[in-house]
Design a protein around this ligand. Structure first.
Ligand SMILES: *[C@@H]1O[C@H](CO)[C@@H](O)[C@H](O)[C@H]1NC(C)=O
Length: 378
């Protein structure tokens, strides 16, 4: 009898422990789940927009075991696979002789060509990201589902696009953005034009919107996981566990650079391409390449001058900013809440969980689409 009890005790304790962990994780997720915090001026327009985004008004369900921003960021990056999009690539040669690859989805859900006046959504992926990333592809599918033509702006060198001149891109270089937006508008002059960006892409988009004010064909935009203040976010990404993202993103930059390093060879500029292979942080990469390409005095001046937070007051079209409170890469401290509150064109929603580019909530999390990208019912 004693032997049987002893034999059962081990598995029973193990099952009990797993059960307890699951219950605690569930309780923790329930505890953290709440409605997104919303900050905006209650103008009739903003109120109407918000009323069409039911997701922003309901409780954001944090997913058990993913209530930690790090865990959610990493698990989602591994678990969420690109659904697969059949793009058509268009190469745009920019005025300075560089190239930007625009990846188009021209079809609707039934596989038919979208009409020439279908709305167009330009998507701006994050640092080292591109049209192949899962969060981008899910957004493309959601757009297609809503009858919207999607165009992914792949920054120079990303998504296997060519690099024709010794210049990549930067957090505040909006020259390519301007050319791409104008080009898309020329191609589809009868279409309503929208834009959405993630992370560094959001920072670039908001910089562009602030610089242009009313002078842009874009009619409304969304910024997600925007680092907003690059001095704060770069400091944060150098601390503790966050170093893993820094290292990972630097590795991505190095991989892209390695494909194109011959373009830099023999180029007599101040850039230091020979330092790139030993870079272990984004900052070191920026010091070797970015600050020289865009004539910044040093990397601190570059981060201070490229933060999109300071462009918020100049935005003159509806801009919805969505952030996660526990985003380890675009930290909550960097969100310009006051500037957003003071600009009637800007709206902010902060979810209690979400990590960076995560937003794994609801059925199918963390494998399915980010929860906030379901288009509002129109
Ligand atoms: C835009 O609309 C005008 C007027 O309906 C039409 O003549 C023109 O062909 C359209 N342009 C495109 C590119 O669809």
């Amino acid at each position: 009898m004693v032997v049987v009890e002893a034999a059962l005790a081990g598995p029973a304790i193990a099952i009990g422990a797993v059960g307890l962990a699951a219950v605690l994780a569930w309780l923790d997720a329930q505890n953290k789940s709440k409605k997104p915090e919303l900050i905006y001026s209650p103008t009739p327009f903003n109120t109407a927009v918000m009323s069409r985004c039911p997701t922003l008004h309901s409780v954001y369900q944090c997913t058990p075991f993913l209530t930690n921003g790090h865990v959610e960021t990493i698990v989602v990056a591994k678990a969420r696979k690109p659904p697969g999009v059949d793009y058509r690539r268009e190469m745009l040669i920019t005025k300075d002789g560089g190239a930007v690859a625009i990846d188009w989805e021209h079809h609707d859900d039934a596989g038919k060509d979208l009409p020439a006046d279908a709305p167009v959504l330009i998507l701006f992926p994050g640092l080292t990201g591109g049209s192949g990333d899962s969060y981008v592809q899910h957004a493309v599918l959601q757009a297609r589902h809503a009858g919207i033509r999607a165009a992914v702006f792949n920054s120079r060198g990303t998504a296997d696009s060519p690099v024709l001149t010794p210049q990549f891109y930067s957090a505040s270089f909006t020259g390519d953005t301007r050319e791409v937006v104008d080009h898309v508008h020329k191609r589809f002059p009868n279409s309503t034009l929208f834009a959405a960006g993630w992370s560094l892409g959001a920072n670039i988009l908001v910089n562009y919107l602030g610089e242009q004010g009313e002078d842009t064909p874009i009619e409304a935009a969304v910024s997600m996981c925007n680092p907003f203040d690059l001095t704060i976010s770069n400091k944060q990404i150098n601390e503790g566990f966050n170093k893993i993202y820094n290292w990972n993103l630097a590795a991505g930059l190095k991989r892209i650079f390695a494909k194109h390093h011959l373009v830099w060879r023999g180029h007599s500029g101040p850039a230091q391409p020979q330092l790139v292979p030993t870079c272990t942080t984004i900052r070191e990469f920026d010091e070797a390449i970015t600050v020289h390409s865009f004539n910044w005095e040093d990397v601190d001046a570059y981060y201070a001058g490229s933060s999109s937070a300071k462009r918020i007051p100049a935005v003159r079209l509806p801009l919805l900013c969505i952030q996660a409170l526990d985003d380890p890469i675009a930290p909550a401290e960097a969100i310009p809440c006051d500037a957003i509150q003071d600009n009637p064109y800007c709206m902010l929603a902060v979810t209690p969980c979400g990590g960076h580019l995560g937003w794994a909530s609801g059925p199918g999390a963390p494998f399915q689409q980010p929860c906030l990208e379901r288009p509002p019912s129109i």
